[in-house]
Design a protein around this ligand. Structure first.
Ligand code: NG6
Ligand code: CA
Length: 524
């Protein structure tokens, strides 16, 4: 009213609007400044979803040569993004790969090997990690699914707060399978607490000696739904014998068949809750690790038995995430990385027909070996990267290692963010986004020995000790020989022709490089 009254003597409506503008300009103080009041808001950081499959081999999804139609959602991801042909996890088994992924440090620096289910956390809360870097940069961070990096300190009491754990190395939220599906404790941990634990029925876990009263597969094979080898013949849970002894916690025990739905539900809730801020989700599947017990909805879907059905489950879970990102309008601003923690294995302790029902499926694609192996299939894994508008669809042959994700994702952050990354992590964002055709110059592949890649050359260090007998039983070509091995992957991707005798200088030079990398300063 007052404004109208004051302005009315000045005549036309246009003139009135000019006066309003002038008054506003004076009132906000703009007249006194020569530059605009506010700088442009910073571009929003992209969300990062890292889908980490367990034991998925190079040839296990359709985009990498598996039967057409097996993995339609992942086909869509591959069509939208970059498909890598020479991308590697850091090691041929789970714990070391995951250690390298989260810390940017090769696992041999910390002697990280496959952990029992009651091992303490092997990441020092004082060391920088990928999730802690993102958390400090303002990301909401979560891990959902398999952990297998140890929890707690010393002897873990599963009936109390289990710390240190993910919360102490940069994750705001965690919902975990503590170790693996085939190891006790077979319960979920939400943040630091066992889910559904009845205090009247406390949990005890032992990997050393049997616990009295625990029913084992060794003693009661008639109670099993699936026969297992001797190592997997301890505590029976859900009709399946596991590694290790566990008593109590009846109400908290998981049902393996629930994993795809429950884990997806936890992951999508996290996304839903944090859609208004940048988030980092490390979605770490149980599949396609043993025991393979796909939900009835997926049973029989692949025609390859439980292992193939678990791949279909992986595809469905990934599709759920993609659909959610689309429906929340987040897809455009989300970087999705889909990959695996080690190469494929068929028989890994349970008789689940993985070998018998394989047909003409090639889990390792054209490569030799598999999980545990020094050959390429140990670490060369399917790797899809999508980010609309930032990653052009295509195929890249760049040499990538997951140990670099830490330093590479650091490149996405504002310049003033912490850049303290792991000692082995190289900033290779351009290659990970498909913008640079080449990646690493040198790269270590860890197994029971160390191998070195330099371009297409691959050197496998001789192994003195015999390979473990259980590895022999799995019918895996470990590649652990007492002589040096050298392969030219450009001519011989299947590592059949050992050229070490022909090129002794190259062998010596690559062994020297390996020693230099081993001796390199760590970030202690
Ligand atoms: C091995 C287990 C195997 C699997 C593996 C870990 C045998 C006899 N047993 O010790 O079943 O659990 O550890 O797999 O091989 S990983 O993917 O977590 O590294
Ligand atoms: Ca694994």
């Amino acid at each position: 009213m007052l404004l109208l009254h004051v302005l009315s003597p000045f005549g036309s409506r246009q003139t009135a609007l000019l006066w309003i503008g002038l008054l506003f300009w004076l009132a906000t103080g703009s007249a006194c400044r020569s530059t605009p009041a506010a700088s442009d808001p910073p571009e929003r950081l992209p969300n990062i979803v890292l889908i980490y499959v367990d034991d998925l081999g190079y040839g296990d999804i359709s985009a990498y040569g598996a039967q057409p139609g097996l993995t339609p959602h992942l086909d869509r991801l591959a069509d939208q993004g970059m498909r890598f042909t020479d991308a590697h996890c850091a090691a041929a088994t789970c714990t070391p790969s995951r250690y390298a992924l989260l810390t940017g440090s090769y696992a041999f620096r910390n002697d990280a090997s496959i952990l029992p289910g009651d091992a303490p956390l092997i990441i020092d809360p004082a060391q920088p990690t990928l999730p802690s870097m993102l958390q400090e940069a303002g990301y909401a961070t979560a891990v959902v699914g398999k952990w297998h990096l140890g929890l707690g300190r010393g002897h873990v009491d599963w009936n109390a707060s289990v710390r240190p754990g993910p919360q102490d190395i940069g994750f705001d939220y965690s919902f975990l399978i503590p170790a693996t599906g085939d190891r006790v404790p077979t319960v979920y941990l939400e943040n630091d607490l066992v889910v559904n634990l009845d205090p009247e029925d406390p949990i005890s876990v032992s990997y050393r000696e049997p616990i009295e009263g625990v029913v084992t597969g060794r003693a009661h094979p008639e109670q099993l739904r699936m026969p297992a080898d001797d190592q997997h013949s301890e505590t029976i849970v859900n009709g399946i014998s596991r590694i290790g002894y566990m008593k109590g916690g009846e109400a908290a025990l998981w049902t393996d068949e629930d994993f795809p739905f429950l884990l997806t539900e936890k992951a999508t809730s996290f996304i839903q809750q944090h859609q208004d801020q940048p988030f980092f989700l490390y979605f770490s599947y149980h599949d396609i690790h043993v025991p393979r017990l796909p939900h009835p909805d997926f049973q029989g879907k692949s025609g390859m038995g439980p292992r193939g059905d678990a791949i279909v489950q992986v595809d469905w879970m990934s599709g759920q995430i993609m659909t959610q990102l689309d429906s929340l309008g987040l897809a455009e601003n989300t970087l999705i990385i889909f990959t695996s923690d080690n190469g494929p294995v068929l028989n890994d302790g349970y008789e689940d027909e993985a070998v018998e029902q394989l047909g003409d499926h090639h889990p390792a694609g054209p490569f030799r070996g598999g999980k545990y192996s020094a050959y390429e299939a140990g670490t060369r894994v399917p790797t899809l990267v999508a980010w609309p508008g930032h990653v052009q669809p295509g195929v890249s042959d760049a040499l990538l290692s997951q140990v670099d994700l830490f330093a590479s994702l650091a490149e996405l952050l504002p310049a003033d963010s912490s850049r303290e990354t792991g000692p082995d992590s190289e900033p290779r964002l351009a290659a990970w986004l498909g913008k640079a055709a080449t990646g690493r110059q040198q790269m270590i592949e860890e197994s029971y020995t160390l191998s070195l890649r330099e371009g297409d050359w691959k050197y496998i260090r001789p192994v003195k000790r015999n390979r473990p007998t259980w590895l022999k039983d799995k019918n895996i070509e470990g590649g652990f020989l007492a002589i040096p091995q050298l392969y030219d992957l450009s001519q011989d991707p299947g590592e059949q022709n050992n050229l070490a005798v022909r090129y002794p200088e190259r062998v010596a030079a690559m062994e020297a490089s390996l020693q230099r990398i081993e001796a390199a300063e760590t970030s202690e």
